[in-house]
Design a protein around this ligand. Structure first.
Ligand SMILES: NC(=O)C1=CN([C@@H]2O[C@H](COP(=O)(O)OP(=O)(O)OC[C@H]3O[C@@H](n4cnc5c(N)ncnc54)[C@H](OP(=O)(O)O)[C@@H]3O)[C@@H](O)[C@H]2O)C=CC1
Ligand SMILES: O=C(CO)COP(=O)(O)O
Length: 453
């Protein structure tokens, strides 16, 4: 068992038990019994995850004396999607089963669906983890697409997790690559939080920060080991993913500790259904990894700028009015994404007068922002290499994103969340478009990595 996780659990609100180790599926029943007593149980899985661990989980629950109702099984294909319809499906299935507690078997999607469905009924649940594919296992909140818009819905984290390392190691390699892609975004996400902290927008909670950022370097340190199936490398990744989830659980306000601008690339593409026609669909962590490189490439240029000499008058002069800002969002989105994007953007809109005050603070705080962020970020090329080694996505053309679409995503994804990130900092200082454009010309990061299509 991981000492780090053990220590974090002592202070976590929702999760009491994480059993992580080798051959631990047979502890599922014992944990269920300890936490939920004589409650009946229901296993929720899909065709694939049932195949992976269904028999072992049921055997363990039965051996511990848990009375089980019939399992709720989604088909193996098409891959279950994390949308609100599926939350309702699970909730409506559980509702008449009075007091029955769910034990889901799956990774990000099934865990999030069961998490939210159980919470809507005021019930707890537990999850048996099938892949090292994302950090949401222990998170407070489910990432769900509702009416076509992906957002985090509040709900309590599982009361227990069973993380059997051989089971997770046996998942397809793309799952592990996806988990590393999701986790590595905590690097620039940390820098996003540093800027928000320095500018008095969202203070860093040091305990939460330590939970996610503490184990991060180790967790991402052995991509080759992850690619070749080295057990210690997988264990480090799983530990990092669970700890990151626990940080979101502790923070509770939002997914801020684990999700920054790099995630916004992924969410934008996901809402545009990028790769959703594949089977299995393009995963969250693959897109997040790509978003991480995108943001880190930008950081390299930004850290060279001296914002302590920012021309505040010029930045304020080109700041749009509220009407102009809303019109910009309306030009950039259509369909289900439009109204939520308008709301997210306008929630963080500040007036020209407020902007002036903020930019004065930027001038004053830049040396400290620059120093802290330079220590936090990594070179984009290093992350590119890490994702290449592990089998992740490291160039937009691999996922069918053209140069123009990718270029535009830098600008558009700033509008889908009210969370303050590097992209907001650049928009407000008036340099976003120019700095993004520079990445695509001359010796810019993306100019040196041409599209092959
Ligand atoms: N709440 C939060 O804080 C967070 C939520 N998320 C959310 O989680 C979701 C992504 O989760 P992710 O785990 O990447 O995706 P999925 O849960 O959709 O799983 C991805 C694929 O891996 C397969 N799989 C998982 N385990 C195994 C296994 N042992 N053997 C074979 N196949 C396996 C799944 O199969 P199958 O379809 O059969 O399950 C599926 O095809 C997104 O919706 C994302 O937004 C991500 C991070 C944090
Ligand atoms: O994906 C997450 C962290 O990896 C959760 O955050 P989001 O709120 O961005 O979905």
């Amino acid at each position: 068992m991981s000492e780090l996780i053990e220590k974090a659990l002592a202070d976590s609100d929702d999760t009491d038990v994480v059993v992580m180790g080798h051959g631990v599926l047979d502890q599922t029943g014992e944990v269920f019994k300890k936490l939920f007593g004589d409650a009946k149980g229901i296993v929720i899985a899909d065709g694939n995850t049932w195949e992976v661990a269904g028999d072992a989980v049921v055997a363990s629950l039965e051996a511990a004396g848990v009375e089980l109702v019939d399992p709720m099984l989604f088909p193996a294909h098409p891959t279950v999607y994390a949308d609100y319809d599926n939350v309702e499906k699970i909730r409506d299935h559980l509702a008449p089963l009075d007091g029955v507690i769910a034990c889901s078997i799956g990774s990000g999607t099934l865990n999030d669906l069961t998490k939210r469905a159980s919470d809507e009924l005021g019930r707890r649940y537990m999850n048996v983890c099938t892949a090292a594919s994302m950090d949401g296992y222990a998170a407070f909140g489910s990432s769900i697409t509702e009416n076509g818009f992906k957002h985090t819905m509040s709900c309590r984290a599982p009361q227990a997790l069973i993380a059997d390392l051989p089971t997770m190691a046996a998942a397809p390699q793309r799952c592990t690559a996806t988990g590393l892609g999701d986790l590595i975004e905590k690097v620039p996400a940390g820098a996003d939080w540093i800027i928000a902290d320095e500018l008095g927008i969202e203070a860093i909670d040091q305990e939460v920060w330590d939970l996610v950022q503490g184990p991060l370097p180790k967790a991402i340190s052995d991509p080759e080991g992850l690619a070749t199936g080295k057990p210690e490398a997988l264990e480090g990744l799983v530990e990092g993913l669970v700890m990151s989830g626990l940080s979101m659980q502790k923070y509770r306000i939002s997914s801020r500790p684990a999700s920054g601008a790099g995630h916004q690339f992924s969410h934008t593409w996901e809402m545009e259904k990028l790769g959703m026609d594949r089977e299995p669909p393009l995963t969250h962590g693959m897109k997040v990894g790509m978003g991480t490189i995108a943001v880190l490439a930008l950081w390299e240029k930004i850290l060279e700028i001296d914002f302590s000499r920012l021309d505040i008058d010029a930045a304020v002069a080109k700041w749009p009015s509220a009407e102009e800002m809303e019109a910009k969002v309306r030009r950039n989105f259509t369909g289900d994404m439009l109204e939520p994007a308008v709301k997210q953007t306008m929630d963080k809109y500040i007036t020209a007068e407020q902007l002036r005050e903020r930019l004065e603070l930027v001038r004053q705080k830049w040396p400290s922002i620059q120093k802290r962020c330079a220590e936090q970020v990594m070179p984009a090329a290093q992350v590119e290499e890490i994702l290449k080694q592990v089998g992740g996505v490291y160039h937009p053309s691999q996922i069918g994103v053209t140069e123009q679409r990718f270029h535009e995503t830098y600008i558009r994804c700033q509008m889908i969340r009210s969370r303050y990130t590097l992209l907001d900092f650049l928009l407000e200082t008036g340099v976003l478009q120019d700095e993004v454009d520079k990445l695509f010309v001359g010796d810019g990061f993306w100019a040196k990595r041409p599209w092959t299509d």
